[in-house]
Ligand binder design. Structure first.
Ligand SMILES: Cc1ncc(COP(=O)(O)O)c(C=O)c1O
Length: 364
């Protein structure tokens, strides 16, 4: 059994993916061409954002989003400690300071109620991470920043296709970014990402930043990066995109089945009011996590831990001065969380096997 079955997905969509890639190879336009533009058009329409920019990765999209809203050394950026490292890395790379705020243990997303206490005169932005496939509490986060000049960014690297109160993940103001890392719900065959915004000025800056700060060739308006999505990756994504909505529906159904069958033995994911969940990860919580993972591995069921150590306790952020007892919700979740196999190609028998072995472990 595969944790994410990319082979079965390729076999199902092979013709479409190969045809898209072949067109790129024949055209010899590998960087900034029609495939990327088409993908940007389709995903802007899908999310409802006015502008979409294909980027070299989710990490680079985050970095450019922060650059586009003007984050600089000395600024503070509030975010969650329970996320992939890239969220806070982008802040630190710009010389700004990540300020970690504990999570709501029911959704694993940042707890908006704790944000006001973390706001200082240097706070310039909040990065809300829509972890595991459901949106952070975007309106509450905006309200918690109440009337101040604080940009809100959504790290939607795990939540493309999710929505909150009818708004699609990625399209909340000011900027949203996603990742096309191969194992994401919409993944390419290498690194890739996208930045979304409906703000014309921010869009203009991201367009420039991702192409070495140039609008016209060899005229550099600002210091940018090589942050472009390449045409081969855009082609792979165009080959998969027609199937994306159906895949999301299947993921949702697998999530429902897991929850229905595992909810009496472990803590299953809760979908917050107004949210839809795309289960980029289907993650349960149990104090017997390590034992359970070993048992599942022994019967051929792969699992993964997202994430074993929250960011405030990582060596890379030691200089920020956090200590063990701080941010207790994130710390305790990181000791108990376990992600189960999930993809639209997880067969019925494989789902049954996960449920059966899981329940066996708990003597049910
Ligand atoms: C929450 C989160 N943020 C950022 C990233 C970075 O994306 P990428 O791997 O495309 O750089 C990821 C993906 O791994 C992620 O899950």
């Amino acid at each position: 059994m595969q944790f994410t079955d990319l082979k079965a997905q390729f076999e199902a969509y092979e013709r479409g993916i190969r045809a898209q890639m072949e067109e790129v190879i024949q055209s010899t336009r590998f960087i900034l061409g029609p495939k990327g533009e088409e993908l940007e058009r389709q995903l802007a329409a899908f999310t409802g954002a006015k502008y979409a920019f294909g980027c070299s990765s989710g990490t680079d999209a985050l970095l450019m989003a922060l650059m586009a809203v003007g984050i600089r050394p000395g600024d503070e950026v509030i975010t969650t400690p329970f996320t992939f490292v890239a969220t806070a890395e982008a802040v630190s790379l710009l010389g700004a300071t990540p300020v970690f705020v504990d999570i709501d243990p029911s959704t694993y997303n940042i707890d908006p109620g704790r944000i006001p206490a973390a706001v200082t005169s240097r706070t310039r932005a909040v990065i809300a991470v829509s972890l595991f496939g459901q949106c952070a509490a975007m309106e509450e986060i905006a309200a918690a920043c109440g009337g101040r000049d604080i940009f809100i960014l959504e790290d939607a690297c795990q939540s493309l296709g999710a929505s909150r109160n009818g708004t699609m993940s990625g399209s909340f103001p000011k900027v949203g970014v996603t990742s096309f890392f191969p194992s994401k719900p919409l993944g390419c065959y290498g690194d890739g990402g996208m930045a979304f915004t409906s703000d014309g000025e921010v869009a203009d800056r991201i367009r420039c930043l991702r192409n070495h700060g140039q609008r016209e060739r060899y005229r550099h308006r600002m210091v940018g990066i090589n942050g472009r999505l390449d045409e081969i990756q855009a082609a792979v994504l165009l080959g998969k995109l027609p199937h994306f909505r159906r895949e999301l529906a299947i993921r949702k159904e697998i999530g429902r089945r897991y929850s229905e069958n595992l909810g009496d033995v472990v803590t299953v994911p809760e979908t917050a009011q107004g949210n839809t969940h795309v289960y980029a990860q289907y993650s349960i919580r149990t104090p017997r996590r390590d034992e359970l993972a070993r048992h599942l591995k022994s019967v051929g069921i792969p699992t993964a831990i997202h994430y074993p150590l929250p960011l405030h306790l990582q060596e890379a952020f030691r200089d920020l001065g956090y200590s063990e007892g701080e941010l207790p919700e994130a710390t305790s979740v990181s000791r108990e969380i376990l992600s189960l196999p999930m993809s639209a190609f997880l067969s019925g028998p494989d789902q049954d096997a996960v449920i059966r072995h899981f329940r066996n472990f708990f003597g049910k």
